[in-house]
Design a protein around this ligand. Structure first.
Ligand SMILES: Nc1ncnc2c1ncn2[C@@H]1O[C@H](COP(=O)(O)OP(=O)(O)OP(=O)(O)O)[C@@H](O)[C@H]1O
Ligand SMILES: [Mg+2]
Length: 270
């Protein structure tokens, strides 16, 4: 096989800001969450990740962003293997994640939360003018000096996403960005994702139970189930497959949201 740029340590130009997960496995003791999964996200590409509760979607994000170590396999970013590097080191490379729950510095103001996100980023963050445009679009402009925990839930969740955006990601990992939002609030996610793609040019991985949102935003998706990738491709093909419907869509989106909340509570209690 001819030697390509891709095989060189440090990577070649064609791997610039590409995320390539290769044959990755993650187990917690005897519990194999997934085994040998592979996929790739190019700059500007939006990849959906769906799967039933407990399929390992959050774990996948945790492993990519350095909060957990992979059990085996590689995670290439920008041509180098980042698997097992610390959360801080991975963040400095421009891989930024949002959380399934709202996570902000609660007593700090909206402005301070965004300033901290910019400061934490490896790239100096995005310009305030760009953030201001989004703050106004989401009605957060007049709330810049309010403590974040005084905001309604939907606005706190949007603030968490704006903090990820403000860090100027090269790869953005969103864990259930629409969870807990009312349906009329969910198009804000579309706006933020499209803005990030257009203005930052970053690749975006979206974990979601909201299939309408997945259909709207993701030209391609993968289905995690029983430790592997059950299906991948365009939403209209994948979501019509009977094995996907049986594995996942048999559970309604409301049930999936409810199960996820129950599991989070149980985990927090441990
Ligand atoms: N830190 C951990 N230690 C041990 N087991 C864990 C840990 N994190 C997750 N798990 C287990 O790994 C499996 C996958 O969990 P994960 O949270 O990734 O699922 P998910 O697909 O995100 O589910 P949901 O749709 O409910 O958010 C579950 O069985 C979970 O209990
Ligand atoms: Mg999860």
């Amino acid at each position: 096989m001819p030697t390509s740029d891709r095989s060189r340590p440090g990577g070649g130009r064609q791997d610039r800001n590409v995320l390539a997960v290769c044959d990755m496995a993650k187990a917690f003791g005897g519990l194999k969450v997934f085994n040998g999964i592979s996929f790739r996200i190019e700059p500007g590409e939006v990849l959906g990740v769906i799967g039933p509760n407990g399929a390992g979607k959050t774990t996948l994000i945790n492993v990519i962003c350095g909060m957990l170590r992979p059990s085996s396999g590689t995670i290439q970013f920008d041509g180098g293997n980042i698997g097992g590097r610390s959360f801080h080191a991975v963040s400095r490379l421009g891989i930024v994640r949002s959380f399934q729950q709202t996570i902000t510095f609660r007593t700090a103001s909206v402005r301070e939360n965004l300033t901290r996100a910019i400061r934490f980023s490896g790239s100096g963050g995005v310009a305030w003018a760009q953030i201001g445009e989004l703050l106004d679009a989401f009605g957060l402009g007049p709330m810049l000096d309010e403590p974040s925990d005084s905001l309604p839930y939907g606005s706190q969740k949007i603030l968490g996403l704006l903090m990820a955006y403000a860090a100027n990601p090269k790869m953005l990992l969103l864990d259930e960005p629409a969870a807990g939002l009312e349906s009329r609030e969910r198009t804000r996610i579309d706006r933020l994702v499209l803005h990030a793609r257009e203005h930052l040019g970053c690749g975006i991985l979206i974990v979601e139970h909201d299939m309408d949102l997945i259909r709207r935003l993701c030209p391609r998706l993968i289905v995690l189930e029983a430790g592997g990738v059950l299906a991948q491709g365009a939403p209209e093909e994948v979501l019509a497959r009977s094995d996907v419907i049986q594995a996942y869509l048999g559970q309604s989106e409301d049930e999936a949201d409810r199960d996820a909340a129950t599991r989070r509570t149980a985990r927090a209690a441990h």
